[in-house]
Design a protein around this ligand. Sequence first.
Ligand code: 4AD
Ligand code: MG
Length: 463
Amino acid sequence: MKRTKVVDALSSTDFGKEIIVKGWVRSHRSSKAVDFIALNDGSTIKNIQVVVDPSSIDEETLKSITTGACIGVTGLLVESQGKGQTSEIQGKDIVIYGLCPSDYPMQKKGQSFEYMRKYGHMRLRTNTFGAVFRIRHNMAIAIHRYFHEHGFYYFHTPLITGSDAEGAGNMFQVTTLDLERVAKSGKVEYEQDFFGKRTHLTVSGQLEGELGATALGAIYTFGPTFRAENSNTPRHLAEFWMVEPEVAFIDKEDLMDLEEDFIKYCVQWALDNCKDDLEFLNQMIDKTLLERLEGVLKQDFVRLSYTEGFNILKEAQEKGVKFEFPVTEWGMDLSSEHERYLVEEHFKRPVIMNDYPAEIKSFYMKKNEDGKTMQGTDVLFPRIGEIIGGSVREENYDKLVAEIEKRGMKVEQYDWYLDTRKYGSCPHGGFGLGFERLILFVTGMQNIRDVIPFARTPKNAEF
Ligand code: 4AD
Ligand code: MG
């Protein structure tokens, strides 16, 4: 007989039919007359209840069915007597695939997330992490669907790169050189290295994405991204996933429309496709989760220039609001407390901040006529701060070269990138969405380490 998944058994009304379900025991309650086993196989947050007549099964076998054990149950699907579920199983025969000794680290309910992070390989079997990773899967599907439906091509940019995309530091070097030998000899011979030159893990697929967009019209990347920032915060990972659409012939207004429409589509997808998991998280993790998700869909995002935002923050500070990093001069970089003040306290809805001071943004952004600001378009979200970083790109060859030189970067390293401006340049723009930050928002989880199966953070690369 073929195995039935719990999700299908629970929605089936084929009462009286014999089926087999297989999964992990969530709980086992015994009494003289009857045993109840709650079984979960990961196909849904819900367990199926297996009702067993203890006289029908060997006593030792029944006793060994403890929380965490893996079993297969053959039995009749019957209409449930209990509240809240339609069907249950009258167990006839039970096979034990894997016993679970009592030192099982996920034994107890209500463990802290910090505790569970220590058992990162086992936490996947808990209700909360099951819900989070089913939602994570669904968000990935939503992203592909959105872009496919809107005529974007999925474009694969390299993970190992010879370019320093953002002109920033913080990259992981990739090498096959023997570091101990290098240390002894005192010099690094990059010609001897695997690629014959210095290479790194990518911090963004954008620059290569621009090559794609200026050929295919509209592309998106979706893959791992690496940043060796030493930021131990609930919003930073050293290895995270980024979604980077890049579009030819787009201006700032259309780019902001795209950012808003895209995020709303993803949130709607979660509400439409992850109902059980979201209800569970709403109940167990954050009672305002569903309300917040629905709220995002109803409201237009505020579109705010950096200058307007800066003035609001400055005024708030003058009226007594305390920031850890004081609001000082126009041109300063805003930190997440400032972003969250605007979103959570002042406007009470998402904000797309734009027209940033040129100095705090990347070299490739399009400069405004004022010469002081650039067409960046970051999306700021409640509880998260920056969820999207985007911009219109500078398409003028001379202006871009001048900016690269001004920043002390090496023009020759960007020759292939500059060719998009040299040959048939076109106005274009795009953005990067931090996938885990979206998952944080959609699940109501508080720490980014808890929305990726295996987190990489400073001093932590387990598994
Ligand atoms: O703002 P960022 O640095 O933008 C770029 O990398 C551009 N090249 C994107 C583009 O225009 N194509 O990063 C984009 C987003 C951030 O808004 C944030 O959500 C996420 O990536 N992000 C991180 N997420 C987790 N951990 C980190 N260390 C992150 N750094 C950025
Ligand atoms: Mg950014």
